[in-house]
Design a protein around this ligand. Structure first.
Ligand code: SF4
Ligand code: MSK
Length: 639
């Protein structure tokens, strides 16, 4: 069995470590074992200089100059690295945007009266969106307006337009810049398809040109597919408002049927919540000896439900196998993205039913119940019934649920933040002007077993709030901060004096949960609103982004659209680009001159905090705002 100090290198969270002890005792493999088994990982792939884009290859370029410097076709390290990066952005942008399309399709069916279990829960938001998209409501029914909006949004995916609809939220100077650079996202599918075209052998062989299109592809996600997903999810499932919730494996209840909702899309999980409250289902659970039905969230499906309903979170990305190790989970319902194929293997060691629901995301060893919005509620009940049946097979002697949960607060949509501020950004702007809040940083993204779970998120966030920097979190970073107790109004005591004062006055935490991975678009919307309010570009604001523990292709797309939108971004995990010093220089330095922002890579969250604090102070200084040297941002660090 691992000594506690070994386990602390795997995760900072106690419930994770408790389950890892069990995994070791019972010989159950987890993501950390599989990472160890992969060592040493391929150096060429890690540096991004391997290519298998055609059958003359696979090829690799020796980054140290001793072996071949070109693939069979003549592609050098710059071309290969840029092409690989471009394809990664396209995969991530496609994942997000396809999620957006799925939401849009159900929204259209809902408007046409063809769904069961769905309704328009935020009419005001629907009407505001319709107005933004130039659709006259007049005296027409809400469903007629919704149908027109759906039609207009579908146009963003595939037809010939010169820009995606939500791009108009950006300040004019940024839209002009995109035009000058030819990186205006024209259509969601178009930019992704074009990236695959450009990276085919013998097409775009200029690493700068390919990299700029990677930014454009990312922008089609951030201001396109993901933004459609967020906004329409709000219309259908409700725009989040501040809500109390809890987090940790202790959210599982021994006396209940426990069902975890895992993945990213709220479409089915919302109707499962309705089904779990159905008296018929509750009666069935009781008949089988359970007290009730207990739903918990995992990853971003969990975030969607936590934001709107306060559903407790079992955990983030690296908890998906460990939640099975409690022996108390009766069913894990998965939709798509970030679901490890290994969950069905771990589930075999227990009684847990893995239920897949998306035809595009099937898992060997899972029971497949295909989602159909026309029978949403019926399917929701069918899935809950499978969980109840599995509960009957639970072995009470194998149940080990780590004790306790941590309280946290979620639900900070842009609308909720503006509400808390009294309906206008003015108080936030004033607090920033006065130096009480130095700036704001989005800490987002995944867990990665290469980093002790949650260490990057929690340490970086803590240092930032201590330095009076408001932190906005989404995805697995939000769960990590929740577990660490940094997302309660009382957590204001952890913040510096200025931020603490503002948070206490507003009754909000210093770390605001803004939702799932697609909801990073809420942060874009907020940044654009602040820039428009001040009449400046986003790149002039004291803002930054960070993805301390990222792993997924979606995170690369997010990084691309955040930087392209003008926000400096620090990555905690090295991306596979270091085989080309030219691409590194472009992304980590030269982009600053091009889009007013750049990437940095800093694995140590303490150092990342210093880097970000220095950046925030430099932006403040450029805006003529008062500078205050702090431990994290001494005067000589400001650059
Ligand atoms: Fe090799 Fe060029 Fe083919 Fe890539 S595209 S596999 S570098 S020949
Ligand atoms: S779930 S993309 S591990 S944040 Fe959105 Fe978490 Fe990253 Fe998946």
């Amino acid at each position: 069995m691992d000594a506690p100090d070994t386990l602390s290198k795997l995760s900072i969270s106690n419930d994770a470590r408790e389950m890892l002890v069990r995994a070791r005792e019972e010989g159950i493999e987890t993501v950390w074992d599989r990472l160890a088994a992969q060592q040493p990982q391929c150096g060429y792939c890690s540096m991004g200089v391997s290519c298998r884009n055609c059958a003359m290859g696979p090829c690799r370029v020796d980054p140290f100059g001793e072996g071949p410097q070109q693939g069979v076709c003549g592609a050098d390290a710059d071309i290969i690295v840029a092409r690989n990066l471009g394809r990664t952005v396209a995969a991530g942008a496609s994942a997000h945007s396809d999620h957006g399309r799925d939401i849009l399709e159900v929204f259209e069916s809902l408007a046409a009266g063809e769904t069961s279990g769905y309704e328009i829960r935020d009419e005001a938001k629907l009407l505001a969106l319709a107005k933004e998209w130039g659709i006259e409501a007049g005296d027409r029914s809400i469903n007629e307006v919704a149908l027109d909006l759906a039609e207009a949004m579908f146009e963003d995916f595939g037809s010939r337009k010169d820009h995606v609809g939500f791009l108009d939220r950006l300040p004019e100077q940024r839209r002009k810049l995109f035009e000058e650079l030819s990186i205006t996202p024209r259509g969601i599918d178009r930019e992704n398809v074009e990236m695959l075209h450009r990276t085919h052998m013998g097409v775009d062989n200029d690493y700068v040109n390919t990299s700029l299109h990677a930014l454009r592809t990312g922008l089609s996600d951030g201001w396109g597919g993901s933004m459609i997903a967020t906004e329409l999810s709000d219309v259908m499932f409700g725009t989040p408002k501040p809500i109390k919730s809890r987090v940790n494996l202790g959210a599982l209840r021994v006396e209940c049927v426990n069902i975890a909702l895992h993945g990213h899309n709220p479409l089915l999980s919302d109707v499962i919540v309705q089904a779990a409250h159905d008296p018929e289902m509750v009666a069935l659970a009781r008949e089988k000896g359970a007290e009730s039905i207990n739903l918990v969230g995992l990853c971003c499906t969990g975030n969607e439900l936590q934001m709107r309903k306060g559903l407790p979170m079992a955990g983030n990305h690296l908890m998906q196998e460990l939640v099975l190790l409690t022996g108390a989970l009766d069913a894990m319902v998965v939709d798509y993205q970030c679901i490890m194929p290994a969950v069905t293997d771990v589930a075999k060691c227990f009684h847990t039913e893995i239920i897949s629901t998306a035809d595009k995301a099937r898992f060997a060893g899972a029971t497949h119940v295909p989602f159909d919005p026309k029978r949403g509620l019926e399917i929701g009940k069918q899935i809950v019934a499978l969980g109840i049946e599995a509960y009957v097979n639970r072995n009470p002697d194998r149940v080990r649920i780590p004790a306790g949960t941590m309280d946290m607060m979620a639900g900070f949509s842009v609308e909720a933040i503006l509400d808390a501020l009294g309906g206008t950004p003015e108080p936030l702007v004033e607090a920033i002007r006065a130096g009480k809040i130095r700036g704001a940083v989005a800490v987002v993204g995944c867990n990665n077993p290469k980093i002790p779970q949650d260490h990057g998120h929690v340490t970086l966030t803590r240092r930032l709030i201590e330095n009076d920097i408001l932190v906005l979190v989404t995805g697995c970073a939000a769960v990590a901060n929740g577990k660490a107790g940094q997302m309660l109004p009382e957590s204001a005591d952890m913040a510096g004096p200025g931020l603490s004062e503002v948070c206490k006055a507003l009754g909000i935490p210093p770390v605001l949960h803004m939702g799932s991975c697609v909801d990073n678009t809420r942060i874009l919307t907020l940044a654009a609103a602040l820039a428009n309010y001040l009449g400046v570009d986003i790149s002039q604001l004291p803002l930054a982004g960070a993805a301390p523990e990222w792993y997924s292709e979606k995170a690369v797309s997010i990084g691309a659209y955040v930087v392209a939108s003008g926000i400096f971004t620090v990555l905690g995990v090295q991306p596979p680009i270091f085989g080309s010093q030219n691409v590194v220089k472009l992304l980590a330095a030269d982009l600053e001159e091009v889009v007013g922002a750049r990437f940095a890579v800093e694995p140590d969250p303490e150092e990342a905090a210093k880097l970000i604090c220095g950046h925030i102070e430099a932006k403040r200084e450029a805006l003529g705002l008062p500078f205050v040297a702090t431990d994290a941002a001494p005067a000589d660090k400001v650059a």
